[in-house]
Design a protein around this ligand. Structure first.
Ligand code: PEP
Ligand code: MG
Length: 885
């Protein structure tokens, strides 16, 4: 079958709409050519050619002929021939994927030089040194990139030559020495590969194009793609372009320019210029560039012309653009343009300014920023990129930056906090027992667990910096120290810095910068151009979003903070967090109760405490919905550790009776798989009086709030339901208590009663469950755990890195909702639930509720709200708005 596929496009034939095929760089070059900007002519080999080559190991049929034709056109445009012995045409061969992957793939310059054309270039340019320097660069680059020679061998040869000459600067080597270097390089290639550096320009070109294709699968590129979530199968385009030279003397040079400041977003052209240099000198930073302003003095004509082109580009792309340019003997050439990368701060300011200038609409401005950037701006951060190697990498579980002394248990964190010290709580993993220490500490660091481990969820809820699953650390809480894989020992009291945004831990105190944006989001007051841009963008997101945003909060303080950050209610109030600390003794007594009377007594003691909790939360969220989930975790979590208790008993001469009873209870409640055991609704049905006590506390709190003129909107939520029968029984019990409190208080307490959907069975039978539910709230942490059969506490630390490495996961399913599996269950349940009960309210309260990408999925799935930690609320509002435009 014959094919009409085109694999090669001249710049004049392409355009920016062809970025999939031509890559970002190729599309930009084509677009600039179309706009009439001075672009050295050239052509692009498509990503499709690359994909075929990578799949089959062979260039697609017809590619060589197309390349030859495009080259002939290029030669004609330049009135020169590739590699001709006198005045040769030289070309660059550069990678250019759909998404920018700076420095990750290969570039080969000066293709076309050989033993003969180098003298032609010397003559034509009048610069012998320049010609030989270009040649030795080509041999070096080609040898390393195309022929696979170790780059250090060339560097060593250069160093030896410089040492012989008594200099450290490449510029001191003269034409003769550079010619000798080129010879040495060729000898290295012959020695290392058994092959000669190819003298035929056409062969150079063909092999260079292939090497760029191959570099798509280089180690660097693969790691980068995984981190940036760029699909593996896109392939790269290859741009072949006539060389222009910035290193031909003082009237030449090269630089980069931005249409606005990419660091701050401030208006005004910005960039660097390096006189008498090649582009790679700017990138490698071997010589110091001067601010672009100085070009005004050095070459006023080129400066004005560059300014005009930058304006044209920004107007055309309607966004910040950056360009690479070269001035060859006073003539300006634009070598590349793209919509420029920018910091989070610049992203908000530029989007806001472009909207104010009426270049883009408010919806477009919203689409130009994202929740991850907003989160980055909300927290304190280290104000330098730490140059030192981190002690360890872990999961970036809760963003921000914190400095403190390492402590190894909760008590020490509290003791030092009471003395005014900043601490970092270091544990293998945390349990509810560590909560006081987590509250007292500035940051939490664990060696085990992933994004939905206890440490991560709780720290995120508190807005506390957290790095978890730093597996290379060996934490020894008894010796009160941790050891890194390189043998560094950090003892209690040593200062460490934790970067929860990057997921790293550093020795010593790195300098911190506070966040104006965080403050502005809580107060609603702008203090400068950045906070103004953030508040205005968020206001627009609020005006367009369909999804409501609620908070996961279980204290009045968190509720108030969440409200200040824009929460429209509470989507998950975890009541078990109210059973810790002093109250634990009461829970313990309830578990150990020998008879109904004893159990009722301990429940009666818990009742007023729970009521007070709920009253406070309902007050903080007055007028807004508050979804209160009945107790969920297995009871043994409220009892001491089995091993510790057994050791204590065994080593005591007079074992405590209470301890004995405790151990018996711990053993009775012990389960091999507690996450799949007696928890959630099962617990409510199995422990007499527990559910009734909680519902009574809620009902009485609501009645009290009504008495004092409040507008409470409590909703009762039953966790871990697998079948409608469980929900029916729980509902009957809850309604009985509500009726009883209604009768006693005279207040109408017709509270909505709903369920969490956390088990595949619940999702698959959502139609019948909906008959007994007023709302569904998707507990996607457990739903992910049970759908995949992956422990949310262990899996991320153990084989996740391997799975990410092998591309089985592109991201943890505990972080971003798995659309096809868990997400499909959500869609099915929403559909089935609405079919039975159109008024059924649906939301999500798992950690995915605060994840930008997942929020877009929930918008499409038709949920009513997402619920997330208070500190993720602004980002969730923003993303819910972005999902709607
Ligand atoms: C969930 O499972 O998604 C959920 C919100 O409940 P928890 O994290 O408390 O198990
Ligand atoms: Mg759950």
């Amino acid at each position: 079958m014959s094919t009409l596929t085109t694999y090669v496009y001249a710049f004049a034939e392409g355009g920016r709409e062809m970025a999939d095929l031509l890559g970002g760089k190729g599309a930009g070059l084509a677009e600039m050519t179309r706009l009439g900007l001075p672009v050295p002519p050239g052509f692009t080999v498509t990503t499709e050619a690359c994909r075929i080559y990578l799949a089959t190991g062979q260039e697609p049929l017809g590619l060589a002929a197309e390349e030859a034709r495009a080259l002939a056109v290029l030669e004609q445009a330049m009135s020169r021939t590739l590699g001709a012995p006198d005045d040769p045409l030289l070309v660059s061969v550069r990678s250019g994927a759909r998404f920018s992957m700076p420095g990750m793939m290969e570039t080969i310059l000066d293709i076309g030089l050989n033993d003969r054309s180098v003298t032609g270039l010397a003559k034509a340019s009048g610069q012998e040194r320049f010609a030989w320097d270009s040649y030795r660069r080509l041999v070096q680059m080609f040898g390393r990139t195309v022929m696979g020679v170790d780059g250090d061998l060339f560097e060593q040869a250069i160093a030896a030559r410089k040492a012989q000459r008594g200099t450290r600067d490449d510029h001191d080597l003269d034409a003769g020495e550079l010619a000798l270097l080129a010879e040495e390089f060729k000898a290295i290639i012959r020695r290392e590969t058994g092959e000669d550096f190819p003298q035929d320009p056409a062969e150079q070109l063909r092999r260079a194009v292939r090497a760029v294709f191959d570099s798509w699968n280089g180690e660097r590129a693969r790691v980068y793609r995984r981190r940036e979530r760029i699909p593996e199968d896109l392939g790269t385009a290859v741009n072949v372009q006539a060389m222009v030279f910035g290193n031909l003397g003082p009237d030449s040079g090269t630089g980069v320019a931005f249409t606005r400041d990419p660091a701050t977003g401030a208006r005004g052209v910005y960039g660097d210029y390096l006189p008498d240099a090649q582009g790679e000198d700017v990138v490698s930073g071997v010589r110091d560039a001067v601010p672009l302003d100085q070009l005004k003095v050095l070459d006023p004509r080129a400066y004005v012309e560059l300014g005009d082109h930058l304006r044209t580009l920004e107007c055309h792309y309607r966004d910040l653009c950056d360009v690479e340019f070269t001035i060859e003997r006073g003539r300006l050439w634009i070598l590349q343009t793209r919509v420029g990368k920018r910091t989070a701060e610049a992203a908000f300011r530029i989007a806001h300014d472009l909207r104010a200038e009426e270049t883009i609409t408010a919806d477009e401005a919203l689409a130009r920023v994202d929740g991850t950037e907003l989160a980055r701006l909300m927290f304190p951060r280290f104000d330098t990129t730490p140059a030192d190697m981190p002690l360890a990498h872990g999961v970036a579980a809760s963003p921000g930056a914190a400095v403190g002394v390492a402590v190894f248990d909760s008590a020490e964190a509290r003791r030092r906090a009471a003395e005014g010290q900043y601490t970092v709580l270091v544990r293998r993993e945390t349990t509810p027992d560590d909560l006081p220490g987590m509250i007292a500490a500035q940051a939490v660091l664990t060696s085990r667990g992933g994004k939905t481990s206890h440490a991560a969820v709780v720290a995120r809820g508190m807005g506390k910096v957290c790095v978890c699953g730093a597996e290379s650390l060996t934490v020894d809480p008894v010796a009160r120290r941790f050891t890194t894989d390189t043998g560094v020992v950090v003892r209690e009291g040593d200062t460490v810095s934790v970067d929860g945004t990057a997921g790293t831990v550093h020795l010593g105190a790195l300098p911190l910068t506070a966040s104006d944006v965080g403050r502005a989001l809580e107060t609603g007051e702008s203090t400068g151009p950045l906070t103004e841009a953030v508040l205005a963008t968020l206001a627009h997101a609020d005006s367009v979003r369909r999804l409501q945003v609620r908070a996961n909060a279980d204290t009045p303080e968190d509720a108030a903070r969440a409200r200040a950050l824009g929460a429209q209610g509470i989507g998950l109030c975890r009541t078990e967090h109210m059973f810790l600390g002093e109250r634990r003794k009461l829970v313990e007594a309830m578990i150990l109760a020998r008879d109904d009377t004893a159990r009722e007594q301990s429940l009666a003691a818990l009742l007023p405490l729970q009521r007070a909790d709920f009253t406070g939360i309902l007050e903080a969220m007055d007028g807004l919905p508050v979804t209160i989930r009945l107790i969920d975790p297995p009871l043994h979590e409220f009892l001491p550790d089995r091993t510790e208790l057994a050791v204590r008993l065994a080593s005591s001469a007079h074992p405590d009776v209470h301890d004995r009873e405790l151990l018996a209870a711990v053993e009775r409640l012990h389960e091999q798989n507690p996450m799949l055991g007696l928890r959630g609704v099962r617990l409510g049905l199995a422990v007499p009086g527990l559910m009734a006590m909680q519902v009574r506390a809620i009902a009485e709190a609501v009645a009290h709030r009504l008495d004092v003129g409040g507008r409470p909107h409590a909703e009762i939520m039953i966790p871990l339901v697998g079948t409608v029968e469980e929900l029916r029984l729980a509902r009957t019990e809850a309604e009985r208590v509500l009726a009883e409190v209604t009768a006693r208080t005279g207040r109408g307490l017709d509270l909505p009663i709903g369920t969490m959907i956390e088990l595949p069975r619940a999702a698959l039978t959502a139609g019948s469950i909906a008959e007994a539910a007023d709302f569904f709230s998707f507990g996607t942490n457990d739903l992910t755990q049970t759908t995949w059969g992956l422990s949310r506490d262990d899996a991320e630390a153990s084989f996740f890195p391997l799975y990410l490495e092998k591309g089985i996961f592109s991201v943890s399913p505990f972080e971003t909702i798995d659309h096809e599996g868990v997400g499909r269950l959500v869609e099915l349940a929403v559909e089935a639930g609405h079919a039975v009960k159109p008024s059924l309210q649906t939301g999500v309260c798992g950690e995915h509720g605060g994840d930008p990408e997942s929020i877009h999925f929930f918008h499409r799935a038709g949920l009513d709200y997402v619920s997330c930690s208070p500190f993720r609320i602004p980002a969730a509002r923003l993303e819910a708005g972005r999902a709607a435009v």
